[in-house]
Design a protein around this ligand. Structure first.
Ligand SMILES: [Zn+2]
Length: 319
């Protein structure tokens, strides 16, 4: 990361979990028929269906926005590559567990792909544990090809961009969100983000965590293996370039959301997903509102770190 710009840090509003529960409970009622938000002990994330490298989402919660979409479009800046172990030091939490949404390191894997980061970074006396997945477009049949990163590669890199939630990976109290039947237009994450934005209009809050789509189907995209050789200048051009899929539950999602950008040119929400049946990628929304069921676990972040912020920015391709 020798050529990157200086990391910026901003403190976030971090209310008590009980207060956030009440806010989310009333806001999500506008978008889902059945809503139950509670403070619970984080389930053991090393167990089924998560199989994360750590037990929980707790201890020094923070988020980071690394690089950005301007490094992908209009044309890719393929030299933009980052190491999760270095990122953990940039967010002042060496050895952190990190999850979220990003791009795979194209130099290492030899193609462009979606990246589902799930890494316990290295610490003194302990090597990194990489539980990440990546998804590409299968050249044989054009379908989704999801692979476990550590089955193919020994490193902890990613490319271009990532939105990450970082913590100590400890057990502890988290916010549990259970919703059924979507009655509004927003995805679960958009509904949570807009709820926080409306309730705390002059503050910036961020949540990170994981949720499961237990029943139903979801809309995702996967970037093609080849970067676009033509500049992608509009959202329509980006959407035509991306490959779109509908995938089946159960799906495990990794998510970061920010209620209000404190002036760091943040992507305000980004969710990637994986499954144990070979489907995963960039998550938009469920496509089965009448039957969908979700359960998720989240914590508010205390700080946001902006790493290698693009000097020339735009708002294309941030959905
Ligand atoms: Zn994405």
């Amino acid at each position: 990361m020798a050529t990157t710009t200086k990391t910026e840090r901003s403190q976030l509003h971090c209310p008590a979990l009980e207060e956030l529960c009440d806010v989310l409970q009333s806001g999500l009622n506008n978008n889902f028929a059945d809503v139950q938000v509670a403070v619970v002990a984080c389930p053991d994330l090393t167990e089924d269906p998560f199989h994360f490298p750590v037990k929980g989402l707790c201890g020094n919660p923070r988020i980071t926005d690394v690089g950005g979409v301007p490094y992908l479009i209009p044309l890719p800046q393929k030299h933009k590559e980052y190491d999760m172990n270095t990122v953990s030091k940039e967010v002042e939490l060496p050895g952190a567990f990190m999850l979220g949404a990003g791009a795979a390191p194209s130099r290492i894997i030899g193609m462009n792909a979606e990246f589902m980061p799930l890494v316990q970074t290295e610490a003194e006396g302990r090597p990194a544990v990489n539980g990440s997945y990546f998804s590409s477009v299968n050249p044989a049949d054009g379908r989704c090809l999801q692979e476990k990163y550590s089955d193919r590669f020994p490193d902890c890199h990613f490319g271009l961009m990532a939105n990450l939630y970082a913590c100590d990976g400890k057990p502890g109290k988290v916010i549990e969100v259970r919703v059924k039947r979507r009655t509004g237009e927003d995805s679960l994450i958009s509904a949570m983000r807009k709820t926080l934005e409306a309730h705390y209009p002059d503050k910036s809050l961020a949540l990170g965590g994981t949720f499961i789509i237990q029943k139903g189907k979801a809309k995702i995209h996967i970037m093609p293996r080849e970067f676009s050789v033509c500049p992608l200048n509009t959202n329509d051009e980006v959407n035509d370039w991306l490959k779109h899929y509908e995938i089946n539950a159960p799906i495990i999602c990794l998510s970061v959301l920010v209620s209000r950008d404190p002036g760091l040119d943040l992507r305000v929400e980004h969710t990637h997903c994986f499954s144990h049946h070979g489907e995963g990628g960039h998550y938009y929304i469920d496509t089965t509102p009448d039957t969908v069921e979700y359960v998720g676990y989240f914590l508010p972040a205390e700080y946001v770190y902006r790493i290698d912020r693009p000097q020339e920015s735009h708002s294309i391709g941030r959905d």
